[in-house]
Write a protein that binds this ligand. Structure first.
Ligand code: IDP
Ligand code: MG
Length: 145
């Protein structure tokens, strides 16, 4: 799965009516959408997804934010997808993100930063499985994906 990554359009992206703009940006950068849905995370689901951050001071605020409205998880495909997508979204803190990146263009602050991107191939595989069942992925894209 080294050509795949998981994006999540976060609740601020949906609230600000930026779904279309952000997806255009992603598609124009050459990513293919393999699967997509809208979900409202429960606190437990958000905690599970961000378990690696459970001891960080911003964890509780992060869970409140991620459960504050619907999210749109998206499975994306491109060569070197994880690294290419992290470049496209920019640094966690939009103030530090490069010009032209999605976070620089659309994010308000380090917490409400519009979009998630997996940070390694290993995590991409886990994160895709967190939102999409094998059955769903096969039904959508066939056995080769
Ligand atoms: P990433 O999304 O760029 O991979 P992570 O360090 O994995 O960044 O953090 C996960 C999410 O937690 C961030 O996207 C952001 O929403 C939030 N976050 C990270 N660092 C901070 C912080 O210092 N203050 C508030 N929220 C933060
Ligand atoms: Mg991260």
């Amino acid at each position: 799965m080294s050509n795949k990554t998981l994006a999540i359009l976060k609740p601020d992206c949906i609230r600000k009516n930026l779904i279309g703009k952000v997806i255009s940006h992603i598609q124009e950068a050459g990513f293919k959408i393999l699967a997509m849905k809208m979900v409202k995370l429960t606190p437990d689901a958000a905690k599970g997804f961000y378990e690696v951050h459970k001891d960080r001071p911003f964890f509780n605020d992060l869970i409140t934010y991620m459960t504050s409205g619907p999210c749109v998880p998206i499975v994306l495909e491109k060569d070197n997808a994880v690294e290419e997508f992290r470049k496209l979204i920019g640094a966690t803190d939009p103030a530090k993100a490069e010009e032209g990146t999605i976070r620089k263009l659309y994010a308000d602050n380090i917490q409400e930063n519009i979009i998630h991107g997996s940070d390694s191939n290993e995590n991409a595989i886990k994160e895709i499985a967190y939102f999409f069942s094998r059955k769903e992925l096969i039904e959508i894209n066939g056995w080769n994906n």
